[in-house]
Unconditional design. Structure first.
Lengths: 433, 537
């Protein structure tokens, strides 16, 4: 009998099959992912989780008998009261009394549930999306350098000593120059000692002593480790592109913004955050809320603290400019901004807003997204145009092709994701809003 | 045989015989923890009991300890240690994993593979008692059954299966590199859909070699010469009429039609498959054939293994090799396994093969040693024979589920299980009870239950009946719809589509009522291009 311990075998043997399955069911999984993300709470929108697929999508068909019709025999255990010839009313749900004719692999019409890892989930979630304009704004100010190993060198600091390589060189040199080994010298010494008492072998002893003398001399001439042998690990510096981004969330919190609108905006911000998080190691988020004046706040205040006042959008842009100047130099930060508003603005402020945006904000930004949130009841079918808001009109004038800006209207939660996809779809065409 | 004599006296004598065997100094283990030496020791004592006392005949054992993920792996590739890659295995893995994580499903304690050496997987989470139980159950019970049952002998090659799987995996991987994953995947999809109809149900006649053919021809000629009578020539005949049917018959004979092994038929006959595609069909077909006996012997196989583990564990306990605690743990697990919920119990999901199998094995043992008058009438051949193990070994070797039930389901068991037969005719408004556990019902119940285990009744009977290779090459199949149960419509359509893709031309499936030959339903499919690769499909 053999006992084999397989527990330490590499795991993930099934990975190849899993990938094939994912590829196969991709369309279905993608749909399921989006459905499930809609029902999740925002905080864990990018966590791992289960999705369920309709069973027929990945069904493996076979010739099998249908579950109804015809004549069926059931053999059942546990008879208590029936006698031959009894009739039994048909149980509801067809002839499923015995279940003996169930699907062969127990695969009924139930949905097929399975778990996706976080990465798989986010991958599918953000599939086909790309950050716009990365190429244009390649930040290669080599402020940060990263060091990579790059072979060996003959000089360097002692901490970088490449011990293996050094000893290897030394060994080959010693072999090449025939440096006597310690064992050989010891052997000569032992033989001399053995012969020392014996007068007859004096000649032999003298010869050995001569050999020993030569060996010792050779040893002292040929060092064990020569400076020639020494090697150091060599490092090269590579400039590291700046991989950090800051995301500005601008929101109108004046009285006209309802909870529903804030919720829509929040969802959009969450999507943007997940998305940026995938591309950049460090993503800072700055929340700026405004009424007729703007201020930077923390997330909780941003979404939940009630505020009253008028609506002056340019104040928020001013605040953003101030923060960018203070903390986020466009040279080392990728700046993204998303503005959510119901579209109201004080009429006199429109010009100033347009000015600020074109002159200051847009040049500094990678991308600027404007989301106009409407009331749920006001949901309008795509293509239907109602009267445009002040801000919408202002921005439409700015937003033309070549400008890193996009604007969309959203009225319902379910539109958020499509709009987001539209904004960030790969093949970033000229904005056509 | 002397062994067996002794062993039966143990059975009959009960307690005193057990007292007579000296008790071991120490149990093989104490507590739940185990290490490899524990398994080694357990295997040794179990082997002694199994071979010397029960007279089992097994392949050498290989026991592999695995973790949960590996067990899930094994699940998803139908228990085989190595398998080619296909998305469906990934799907099964995902399903089992999700159920396991949700706690809806425990994992099996073991999986055993019909190979030589016989590989048993045991889970690392099992307690020492469970490991002993698993070794007795799988490494000896199933192992004995695999090695001795006639179906396995006839249909499977335990020595070669692992090598064959290795070859299959390599071949499929090769094809994927050469022809692309997509092409191979489509082919495997189609082949898997037809897998249930890719087995030979009966041993085929050996192909005749030239010498035999010549012999046969000579004999035939001799016979013709002997019975030659010139008068026959003068009898007015049907003359011209003969050519047509004979052409059709010849065609069908050449193609070995009707043919129920659809994959085999495609492999040999489909006009447009490339050689590598035929080889992959062959691989799928071989694997289906390898599993064919298992589907026919589920009840017996589990019954045999359960009976063996029960006997072994009991004897180990009697010898003092199992502590009382371990024995109780074993009994608890054993009773769970052989639990049969009644039909009106919410837990009921069909007849538990472990329960019925084990009960029947024990019943045979009882009939051999303590027959009742009823048994004498029903089982004259074995009642009171005494040598229960010899009888059981013979049963395990020579029956499959269907014949086993027909032969050995005793009235006593039918009463014990309260089995009754309900008929559900879709044409009638109510179900009717056909038979119960009474004098008139025993035979009927035996027959009806046996039929449920008969492959001919389980799998729909679908045959390739005709194709005109010289004409439009339309492939015609018949499904003889037993009891007028037609095929599942949606599935049939999908499978037929796969079949058409493989065949390369139109396919027609007719569902017939076998009693009247009336057509109940027809399905047709036309090949989608693409499967057959770049030959202009």
């Amino acid at each position: 009998m053999n006992i084999v311990d397989r527990r330490l075998n590499p795991s993930g043997k099934n990975l190849a099959n899993r990938q094939r399955f994912m590829r196969r069911a991709k369309a279905l999984i993608r749909k399921a992912v989006h459905e499930s993300s809609a029902s999740r709470s925002i905080k864990d929108a990018d966590q791992a989780g289960e999705v369920s697929l309709p069973a027929h999508g990945v069904h493996e068909p076979s010739f099998r008998r249908s579950a109804s019709g015809g004549i069926r025999d059931h053999l059942l255990p546990g008879n208590k009261r029936y006698v031959e010839g009894d009739t039994i009313p048909r149980p509801p749900g067809g002839g499923g009394a015995g279940g003996a004719e169930g699907a062969p692999d127990g695969e009924g019409e139930d949905d097929f549930r399975f778990a996706l890892s976080r990465d798989e989930f986010v991958d599918l979630f953000l599939e086909d999306l790309e950050l716009p304009d990365l190429a244009k704004r390649k930040v290669v100010d080599a402020e940060q350098l990263s060091w990579h190993r790059a072979g060996y060198s003959v000089s360097g600091s002692p901490t970088n000593l490449a011990l293996n390589r050094t000893v290897r060189n030394s060994l080959s040199r010693r072999i090449a120059l025939r440096r006597p080994k310690a064992e050989e010298i010891q052997r000569l010494r032992d033989e001399i000692a053995a012969l020392s008492a014996d007068e007859d072998a004096k000649e032999q002893r003298l010869e050995l002593e001569e050999q020993l003398r030569r060996a010792l001399r050779r040893t002292s001439l040929i060092p064990y480790i020569d400076p020639l042998d020494v090697r150091y690990k060599r490092f090269e510096a590579h400039p590291k592109p700046v991989a950090q981004a800051v995301m500005f969330c601008l929101m109108d919190v004046s009285g006209s913004m309802t909870e529903h609108m804030k919720d829509l905006a929040k969802r959009f911000y969450v999507l943007l955050y997940i998305f940026l998080k995938r591309r950049y190691k460090n993503v800072d988020v700055v929340f700026i809320r405004h009424t007729h004046q703007a201020q930077e706040v923390d997330e909780d205040t941003f979404f939940h603290s009630p505020e009253t006042g008028g609506t002056v959008v340019s104040t928020a842009l001013d605040e953003m400019r101030r923060i960018v100047e203070e903390r986020y130099s466009p040279d080392s930060w990728n700046i993204y901004a998303a503005q959510a508003s119901d579209g109201d603005n004080t009429a006199s402020d429109n010009d100033r807003t347009a000015n600020l945006l074109t002159k200051v904000i847009l040049p500094a930004c990678q991308y600027y997204a404007y989301l106009e949130v409407g009331r749920d009841s006001e949901h309008f079918p795509p293509g239907f145009i109602r009267r445009d808001s002040d801000l919408w009109q202002t921005y439409t004038a700015i937003c033309r092709s070549g400008v890193p800006m996009a604007m969309r209207k959203v009225g319902h939660r379910r539109d958020i994701y499509p709009v987001f996809r539209e904004l960030f779809a790969r093949k970033n065409q000229a904005e056509t809003a | 045989m002397s062994n067996i004599g002794m062993e039966t006296s143990t059975d009959a004598g009960g307690g005193d015989a057990a007292e007579a065997t000296e008790r071991a100094e120490h149990p093989i283990f104490e507590g739940a923890d185990w290490e490899f030496s524990t398994i080694q020791r357990a295997h040794e004592v179990i082997q002694r009991v199994a071979l010397e006392e029960l007279g089992l005949d097994v392949y050498p054992n290989q026991i592999e300890v695995i973790g949960a993920e590996q067990m899930l792996d094994a699940y998803s590739s139908i228990g085989m240690p190595l398998f080619y890659k296909h998305w469906s295995f990934g799907k099964h893995f995902a399903r089992h994993e999700a159920m396991y994580r949700a706690g809806m499903q425990g994992l099996a304690y073991e999986i055993v593979i019909n190979s030589n050496p016989c590989i048993s997987y045991i889970m690392e989470e099992n307690t020492a008692t469970m490991q002993a139980l698993v070794i007795a159950h799988a490494a000896f019970g199933h192992n004995h059954f695999f090695k001795n049952n006639y179906l396995f002998k006839q249909w499977t090659d335990a020595d070669g299966i692992l090598d064959y799987l290795e070859f299959a995996r390599g071949f499929v991987m090769d094809c994927e590199e050469r022809y692309g994953e997509a092409a191979v995947e489509r082919l495997l999809d189609a082949a898997h859909a037809l897998m249930s109809h890719g087995v030979h149900r009966y041993p085929r006649p050996r192909t005749i070699n030239l010498r035999m053919e010549q012999d046969r021809q000579r004999e035939r000629r001799l016979h013709d010469e002997q019975v030659f009578n010139d008068l026959w020539r003068t009898v007015p005949g049907k003359g011209t009429q003969r050519s047509d049917p004979s052409a059709e018959e010849r065609r069908r004979a050449l193609l070995q039609l009707p043919q129920e092994n659809i994959l085999y038929f495609l492999e040999k006959t489909a006009p447009r498959l490339a050689p590598w595609q035929r080889e992959i069909l062959r691989i799928v077909r071989h694997i289906a054939q390898y599993f064919y006996p298992q589907s026919q012997t589920k009840l017996m196989n589990e019954g045999c293994a359960t009976y063996v583990h029960y006997e072994i564990m009991q004897r180990l306990h009697q010898k003092g090799l199992l502590t009382d605690g371990a024995y109780v743990e074993f009994l608890r697990s054993h009773t769970n396994v052989v639990f049969q919920p009644e039909f009106d119990d919410p837990r009921y999901s069909g007849i538990n093969p472990y329960a019925l199998g084990f009960a029947m094995m024990q019943d045979i043992q009882r009939i051999c040693t303590e027959p009742t008058a009823e048994d004498e009438i029903w089982f004259p051949a074995i009642a009171g024979k005494g040598e229960a193990m010899a009888v059981l070994r013979d049963v395990w070797a020579n029956y499959r589920d269907e014949s086993f039930i027909l032969q050995f389901l005793s009235p006593r068991l039918i009463r014990q299980f309260g089995l009754f037969h309900v008929m559900d005719d879709a044409a009638e408004p109510t179900l009717s009870v056909e038979a119960i556990h009474d004098e008139r019902g025993y035979r009927k119940i035996q027959r009806a239950l046996a039929r449920q285990y008969d492959v001919a009744w389980i799998a729909p009977d679908i045959q390739v009946v005709d194709v005109n290779l010289a004409g439009d090459r339309k492939l015609i199949l018949h499904h003889r719809a037993l009891n007028r149960i037609t095929l599942d419509e949606r599935d049939a359509r999908h499978v037929l589509q796969h079949l058409a893709d493989l065949w390369g031309y139109d396919v027609l499936l007719k569902e017939l009522d076998p009693t009247t030959d009336a057509v109940l339903k027809e399905h047709a499919a036309t090949p989608r291009g693409g499967l057959l690769g770049g030959d202009g499909g």
